[in-house]
Ligand binder design. Structure first.
Ligand code: FAD
Ligand code: N01
Length: 539
């Protein structure tokens, strides 16, 4: 670190980026292209982020890979071919490694390095970043590309540390894989990770017991080759195709439904539902009719169709009823795409334990006890989710102007302007942070939009001679109100979802993402920039 009379005048680098997933990799590439010096800090020992950590059997994307991919470089796109409609974790990891190699990114990434603290030095106008292992470094700008689903939720099950058999977390799966052949396995959790892994664990295990607290909605992924129509559209008009995704509601090129449920006959609704199930995409099933996310009756119609489908597959009526989600509206928890999930419960060696009827009382040395029974296992798999959206951000001890910590400021929920910055924390940028479309969208598209906005902002500042940027309080408060209003007109706040922070005991209950749409959000961000960074204070 350069120092004059003991006080640093110049930072070690222009920008520190934390995280080497999709977001951190593209941020580094973009910054370099603009002539900024940058260092990426990453806990893992290689690139990949989500796709480095989540190596459980069946892990794959739920946005078609032709869309869940970088679009910023046409040459990169022609250099890579996805093998499946929904590529599996090893292939997505290979892709991100390929990206790192293609742009020679690893030389500016410090692996096996956890960022523990970051403090804004008001005099020197730079961030002092503390790392484990040290030494830390200083930077003018600090970008958190730390991921929305990167911090596993702490286990909140009594006795969990007593179990003497093998314990696995889907979010921290061993690199060498796990062989469950002949084993008695218990899986706790039936979100996307559980629903993807359960059918494959069932193929190996001698006995599989699934502990379900909340059933989830799932439709078949119908995985296979990448969709021919997308491939053709990309081949003939790549830019137009990517543009349609950027200006769509969830970041995939698709026209939204315009008719409300009441405008359709029951036969038309059923035909749309069947077509969406046959298509096997979230974009399709979440857009059956225009009011399914806002009108309880319209949503009930999807729920009923989903329940009928589950009952038609699962042979044991009691198990089928337990698998039918009734405590939340369709779409208010992220729906899942599966391969043979419901069919798995027809196998004689697979048992569903409905924790609504018999809650877990404790984990024991040899298994799991519920209010009604005791289950013995060789291995327990926890697919229990993440401290989503804010976990990785407040996991770093971040101190801003006047000694205020971000953790304190966000004690009642995140406060940001555009999900990009928080008042009192100059030059700190969040990639796909809370109050941006983020996890409600195809994140490849949302990550690119944020990275490009931040890069443009830093270049604009350099050209205009500014060195600090932070939102005004008015802008931040206004954005917070707008976020809350957008969520309030939907059914989302009614669910105990991780979108609401409800999965982590003690976490404030607020809707964590911006639900106004990828298209509307992009328009706001573009306008803010065009109007000279309206709502930001530059110095
Ligand atoms: P991440 O990939 O999470 O990377 C963040 C990195 O930051 C991690 O490597 C982490 O180790 C590092 N990090 C965090 N804190 C620190 C720290 N303090 N110090 C140092 N390093 C730190 N989204 C979709 O749009 N479509 C999908 O199909 C899809 N599938 C998913 C499947 C799974 C199993 C999961 C868990 C998520 C999925 N997501 C999907 C969301 C996914 O997280 C994003 O699409 C995307 O990969 C996020 O990239 P990122 O770079 O922002 O964050
Ligand atoms: O986590 P989750 P996830 N006792 O929070 C249960 C993305 N993703 O890793 O709902 C008993 O959804 C919990 O029960 P409940 C995607 O965005 C995508 O599966 O809290 N059970 C729930 O069933 C996804 O939404 C893919 O009642 C407990 C489960 O554990 C997000 O990541 C694949 C419990 C956790 O489900 C998170 O998914 C994987 C307890 N104490 C992930 N605590 C794709 O398909 C928790 N549970 C692309």
């Amino acid at each position: 670190m350069a120092e004059t009379n003991g006080a640093p005048t110049q930072p070690d680098v222009d920008v520190v980026v934390v995280g080497a997933g999709f977001a951190g990799l593209y941020m580094l590439h973009k910054l370099r292209g603009l002539g900024f010096t940058a260092t990426v800090l990453e806990t893992a020992d290689d690139v990949g982020g989500t796709w480095y950590w989540n190596r459980y059997p069946g892990a794959r994307c739920d946005i078609p890979t032709t869309d869940y991919t970088f679009g910023f470089d046409p040459d990169l796109e022609s250099a890579w071919t996805w093998s499946e409609k929904y590529a599996a974790q090893p292939e997505i990891l290979r892709y991100l490694q390929f990206v790192a190699e293609r742009y020679d990114l690893r030389r500016d990434i410090r692996f096996s390095t956890k960022v523990t603290e970051a403090t804004w030095d008001e005099t020197a106008r730079l961030w002092r970043i503390g790392t484990d292992p040290g030494p830390g470094l200083t930077a003018r700008y600090y970008v958190m590309a730390t991921g929305c689903l990167s911090v596993p939720k702490d286990l909140d099950i009594p006795g969990a540390d007593r179990f003497r058999g093998d314990v696995y977390f889907t979010s921290r799966w061993p690199h060498e894989g796990v062989d469950f052949t002949g084993k008695r396995v218990g899986v706790v959790g039936t979100g996307s990770s559980g629903i993807q892994s359960i059918p494959l664990i069932a193929e190996q295990a001698a006995e599989l017991t699934v502990f379900q607290r909340t059933p989830n909605f799932s439709i078949p992924a119908h995985n296979g080759p990448p969709p021919q129509q997308s491939l053709e559209e990309i081949a003939t008009d790549r830019e137009g195709y990517r543009d349609r995704a950027k200006w769509s509601r969830i970041g995939v090129p698709r026209e939204p439904a315009t008719e409300t449920a009441a405008q359709l006959t029951p036969e038309e609704r059923k035909a749309r539902f069947d077509a969406a199930v046959a298509e096997g995409t979230l974009g399709g099933i979440l857009a059956l009719w225009a009011d399914m996310g806002t009108n309880p009756e319209a949503n009930d119609m999807v729920r009923d169709l989903m329940h009928d489908r589950i009952r038609s597959i699962v042979r044991d009526p009691e198990t089928a009823e337990s698998l039918c989600p009734k405590d939340h509206y369709f779409g208010t928890k992220r729906p899942c795409l599966d391969t043979g999930y419901y069919e798995t419960f027809n196998k004689p060696h697979v048992t569903l334990v409905d924790l609504r009827k018999q809650p877990i009382t404790t984990v024991t040395e040899t298994g799991i006890e519920t209010a009604e029974a005791s289950y013995e296992f060789d291995a327990i798999v926890y697919a229990t989710g993440f401290d989503a959206m804010t976990g990785a951000i407040v996991g770093v001890d971040i101190t801003g102007v006047g000694g205020q910590t971000l953790k304190d400021k966000w004690a009642d929920g995140p406060h940001t302007y555009l999900g990009l910055q928080s008042t009192g924390f100059p030059n700190l940028f969040l990639i796909t942070g809370p109050e941006s479309p983020s996890v409600l969208s195809n994140m490849a598209v949302s990550i690119e939009q944020h990275v490009e906005w931040v890069a443009d902002c830093l270049r604009d500042m350099r050209e205009a001679g500014f060195t600090t940027i932070e939102p005004t309080q008015t802008a931040e408060d206004g954005w917070g109100l707008h976020n809350g209003d957008c969520a309030a007109i939907t059914l989302h706040p009614t669910a105990n979802s991780w979108y609401m922070g409800a999965n982590v005991p003690g976490k404030p209950r607020v809707f964590l993402a911006y639900i106004g749409g990828v298209d509307a959000y992009r328009a706001v961000c573009d306008e803010v920039r065009e109007k000279g960074y309206l709502g930001f204070r530059l110095n």
